[in-house]
Design a protein around this ligand. Structure first.
Ligand code: SAH
Length: 232
């Protein structure tokens, strides 16, 4: 592991401690940190940004979108408490980085990306890197992925104005979803939705965050990234 990547992991550990009053998790699961170590973020950023690949910030990936901040990827991955048997849905493939991290921890990752060019480049990148348990689909993830549902966990990596009901429907009993909810261009709250064994859901606010917008059901206006602390 490079010195830069070692520093990235150390920053994630420190951020986890600092945000523990909000997240309730001062230490992320060992497996999550191992997955963060296993994935080379350099392979997911543009040539121009290689030097910055292990900084704890989002970076542009084209089309007004960003690869999420490493700490945020680790936090979201940690919050969904996945196991090696799980099938996980991600909405917002972007560069494919979050999907790659998840793929080290679960049986299968299904990921949906709205922008065709990003979906295609993520698909190619993940194939080149040898990931075989990730399926990338181009389309809107607002309604989830019905044919493959239900899921053990769902990670939404773009900011929604509300929690899409179809995504809640597609959670298995006992499953979890993390999703930034709030106004576009502003800070949002990272929400953790837990579906109980009986099917009732419980929603907790975890932390203030800033993500690029999720294109909602009838909204065709993807917009600009925000680069700031706790950003996706
Ligand atoms: N997880 C990504 C970061 C993605 S940024 C990574 O690790 O690199 C958010 C992504 O969500 C953008 O690529 C954006 O195009 C996508 N997106 C926005 N609205 C969407 C929608 N309704 N369905 C699927 N993808 C969407």
């Amino acid at each position: 592991m490079s010195k830069k990547q070692e520093n990235m992991l150390e920053t994630i550990r420190q951020q986890a401690i600092m945000t523990a009053p909000y997240t309730g998790r001062a230490v992320f699961d060992k497996r999550v940190m191992q997955a963060m170590q296993a994935v080379d973020r350099e392979m997911f950023v543009s040539e121009r940004d290689k030097d910055l690949a292990f900084e704890d910030h989002p970076l542009p990936i084209g089309y007004g979108q960003t690869i999420s901040q490493p700490y945020m990827v680790a936090l979201m991955t940690d919050l969904v408490d996945v196991t090696t048997e799980d099938v996980v849905l991600e909405i917002g493939t972007g560069s494919g980085y979050q999907a790659a991290v998840l793929s080290h921890l679960v049986r299968q990752v299904l990921t949906i990306e709205k922008i065709p060019e990003l979906a295609e480049s993520a698909k190619q990148r993940l194939k080149t890197l040898g990931y075989e348990n990730i399926e990338v689909r181009n389309g809107s993830g607002y309604h989830g992925w019905k044919e493959k549902a239900p899921f053990d966990a769902i990670i939404v990596t773009a900011a929604a104005t509300h929690i899409p009901p179809s995504l809640v429907d597609q959670l298995k009993p006992g499953a979890r979803m993390v999703i930034p909810v709030g106004l576009p261009y502003m800070y949002q709250e990272l929400m953790l939705v837990t579906k109980g064994k009986g099917g009732a859901t419980h929603t907790d606010s975890v932390l203030g965050v800033s993500f690029v917008p999720l294109v909602m059901a009838d909204d065709e206006d993807p917009v600009n990234p925000c680069n700031s602390a706790n950003s996706g």
